[in-house]
Ligand binder design. Structure first.
Ligand code: GDP
Ligand code: MG
Length: 162
């Protein structure tokens, strides 16, 4: 079966925007049963001729303080089912307590993690991405899910990890 990538991160960092960017104009195929796993939606994606499943962990209220229990649970399930985790952080905001909490989940899963530093909309913002080296997850890949900046390079790295 196809390898699975789980997109995780606290609410509002741009996970769903990144999913849409990766899927492009292609019709997203929703594989999960609605109502059963409505907080985890799986899409079929492709890059460099490589097929993979992309799991968006979403559907929570924005503005929740700390890492909501439901968010953590969904992320944990998604990570456990995934081959690789794509961890999205808002580079403009930097790493928050919720990001640190998500990192603990990722560490305990022992799955490979690729760190996407999102909302790097301009070259000027790349210093914000570099600050995320501090998370200890290796190289932060600066992207703008909104504008597409850096997403190709991120996907090159991602499919090599599959
Ligand atoms: P999610 O909760 O992690 O799925 O985040 P969303 O994809 O719903 O995005 C949350 C907000 O961040 C929306 O207003 C997006 O338009 C915005 N956003 C997402 N990616 C970017 C980006 O690369 N740059 C900027 N400036 N805004 C972004
Ligand atoms: Mg979302």
């Amino acid at each position: 079966s196809w390898p699975t990538v789980a997109i995780v991160g606290r609410p509002n960092v741009g996970k769903s925007t990144l999913v849409n960017r990766i899927l492009g104009r292609r019709e997203a195929v929703v594989l999960d049963e609605p109502g059963v796993t409505r907080d985890r939606v799986t899409y079929e994606a492709q890059w460099n001729g490589r097929d993979f499943h992309l799991v968006d962990t979403g559907g929570w209220d924005v503005g929740v303080k700390g890492l909501d229990k439901a968010v953590a649970q969904q992320a944990e399930i998604a990570i456990s089912l995934a081959d690789v985790a794509l961890f999205v952080v808002d580079a403009n905001v930097g790493a928050t307590a919720s990001d640190e909490e998500m990192m603990r989940l990722l560490r305990s899963s022992k799955k490979p993690v690729i760190l996407a530093a999102n909302k790097v909309d301009s070259e000027r913002a790349e210093a914000d991405a570099a600050a995320l080296w501090n998370l200890g997850l290796g190289e932060p890949y600066p992207i703008s899910a909104l504008h597409g900046r850096g997403v190709g390079d991120l996907l090159d790295v991602l499919v090599q990890a599959l």
